[in-house]
Design a binder for this molecule. Structure first.
Ligand code: DQQ
Length: 573
């Protein structure tokens, strides 16, 4: 271990001796650079926007307890999306129409730079309408105080046909302007008779319009914009925006929170042409759309246009996956800001960490050709509970026969990582938040089916059809106290086939470790997987690289950085 490692271990020892019990848990589990509330509860990100050199982020909060309830909009500002300053609460449930909660919504910046917040107002009978708020003082750079006009709610519930459930119509998108008319989408529960004339509920998004986005103007119901009969009975937190604003024929990304997971698809959309809408991304068709993040902690994401990079940026909500919030005093975090771009297939989206993240990098370690001993993980000389790790494996393409040496039977490999994939997989991965005695560790790994890389399989494959590999994230040993979920995350991701032969194929992941958050981006952002883990050992700071076999010609590389705090926890009293 280098000097950096020894120094850090001394600090860990000091921290561990100063705190014990709930305090030690607090120190080890509170994220250092993901957005968190100062105290109490956070859920959905609301109304992110960039205005006059500042990013604003609002979020659903319960200001008095670390659990859901009594919804307000809390508010924070930042110059880089990473270092946030908490401001006073922006919106309170202080009107008849929102007495039971100021629920989720978006910000829209009108011509001339006036921001408007539109949110879902829930009354004491649980009817949901949409209301707006304007800055009380537009010259205040922090936009600290917000005013609700007397004309609220500006989207009342009597606008809608009977097929829309007015106790479940919420979470407007940022509005967009076409030919002088503003449009917005709202998530809804739609009730329709099925083929046997029984009313069944489906999730959907409804389109509304208004000639002027002002507090005095009510909106008009246009139509049900998008729905299907296979993604649950209510869609929340829709988002809809052009992926490339410099291109007038850009695809638009649609995302909705489908009560359990966030799903996306892309559309050809022409607002000026009767709102023509045609699916562009491959329709997964039978059960669900494509997942924004396969982690069960992730939900209710919200995006905004970041003019500093000319791209749309998402924040997701990361709920806790344990029950300790009452002891901890705070609950939940946001994902890192994630930038949306179009994949090389021209119809799918990539989500990747915002470029500002590199400013948090500190000490690093880099190895470009690791000599791994199969079944015997190699520890890298850099430790931490706030780290970025880039890990890749390059294999010959096609894989020569007789190139494989195994130390475990494939069956044992699958049992060990608690995954269900093709039985003969190659496993390469990293153990994160690993304790010195390996009592706690969290493996993230590629599971690669070698038979699909054989010469015969490669010759038979369509070169333009990507190879599909699996990714696993096993939490069986993440916490010595079994705190949090122990279920595994597992997903598939596409890997472009190289051209020319013989050649190589590369599998890559970028992982952000932040105390109790592990946020992974696979293959340049094609798959996202975020999970909460709750190690309790102060020495769960090591990183190991492992494989379960060796393959002639494999090239295994890792780059790792310790990351600085950007959201330091409030002092312990
Ligand atoms: N959370 C909000 C709702 C939204 C749900 C209430 C999604 O507006 O539909 O806190 O998490």
């Amino acid at each position: 271990m280098g000097l950096i490692g020894l120094g850090l271990l001394a600090v860990i020892g000091l921290v561990a001796s100063l705190f014990n019990g709930a305090d030690a848990e607090y120190v080890q589990q509170r994220p250092g650079y993901h957005f968190t509330p100062k105290e109490n509860w956070l859920n959905d990100p609301n109304g992110p926007m960039y205005l006059n050199g500042l990013y604003h982020l609002f979020y659903q909060c319960n200001p008095n307890n670390p659990w859901w309830g009594d919804m307000h909009w809390c508010h924070a500002v930042s110059t880089d999306l990473l270092h946030w300053e908490h401001l006073p609460i922006a919106l309170y449930p202080d009107q008849d129409y929102d007495a039971n909660g100021v629920f989720s919504g978006s910000a829209t910046i009108l011509d001339g730079g006036m921001p408007v917040l539109m949110y879902t107002a829930v009354d004491m009978n649980n009817f949901q309408t949409q209301a707006v708020a304007y800055p009380a003082n537009i010259s205040d750079p922090f936009l600290t105080n917000w005013t609700k006009p007397a004309s609220n709610p500006i989207i009342p519930d009597n606008l809608f046909p009977d097929t829309i459930d007015t106790q479940n119509i919420r979470d407007d998108t940022t509005a967009w302007l076409t030919n002088g008319v503003w449009y917005t989408l709202i998530g809804a529960r739609l009730d329709y008779p099925n083929t046997t004339n029984v009313n069944v509920s489906y999730g959907g998004a409804v389109l509304l319009s208004s000639p002027v986005y002002a507090g005095l103007s009510k909106w008009t119901f246009e139509r049900i914009f998008h729905t299907n009969n296979f993604t649950g009975d209510m869609w929340e937190c829709p988002d809809f925006f052009p992926i490339d604003r410099t291109n007038s024929s850009s695809l638009w990304m649609f995302k909705a929170s489908m009560q359990g997971y966030d799903a996306w698809c892309t559309f050809h959309y022409h607002p000026a042409n009767q709102h023509q809408l045609r699916l562009a991304s491959p329709d997964v068709g039978t059960s669900q759309y494509q997942s924004l993040d396969i982690g069960w902690s992730h939900y209710a994401s919200k995006s905004f246009y970041d003019p500093t990079i000319g791209k749309q940026v998402f924040f997701g909500w990361l709920r806790e996956e344990d029950n300790d919030a009452p002891t901890r005093g705070w609950a939940s975090a946001n994902t890192l800001p994630r930038v949306v771009t179009l994949d090389t297939d021209g119809v799918s989206v990539l989500l990747n960490p915002h470029p500002n993240l590199v400013s948090l990098r500190e000490d690093s370690f880099n190895a470009t050709q690791m000599q791994l001993i199969p079944g015997n993980p190699t520890r890298i000389p850099l430790i931490g509970d706030q780290m970025e790790i880039q890990f890749s494996v390059q294999l010959p393409y096609p894989l020569p026969t007789q190139c494989l040496t195994r130390v475990h039977s494939p069956k044992a490999v699958l049992a060990r990582y608690n995954i269900s994939v093709a039985s003969d997989v190659l496993i390469y991965g990293v153990n994160l938040r690993t304790s010195n005695d390996n009592e706690e560790f969290t493996p993230l790994y590629f599971a690669i089916d070698p038979s699909a890389l054989s010469k015969e399989a490669v010759l038979a494959a369509d070169p333009s059809t990507p190879y599909v590999a699996s990714f696993g994230f096993t939490r069986t040993n993440s916490s010595q106290t079994n705190q949090g979920s122990t279920s595994s995350l597992q997903g598939d991701f596409k890997v472009d086939r190289p051209t020319g032969s013989p050649s190589t194929i590369t599998f890559s992941m970028q992982v952000f470790v932040d105390h109790s958050i592990v946020e992974a981006y696979l293959q340049g952002g094609r798959l996202r997987a975020t999970g909460r883990i709750y190690p309790v050992r102060a020495d769960s700071m090591f990183v190991e690289v492992f494989s379960d076999q060796s393959v002639d010609g494999e090239v295994v590389s890792i780059s790792a950085w310790q990351l600085l705090d950007s959201m330091p926890p409030p002092p312990i009293e």
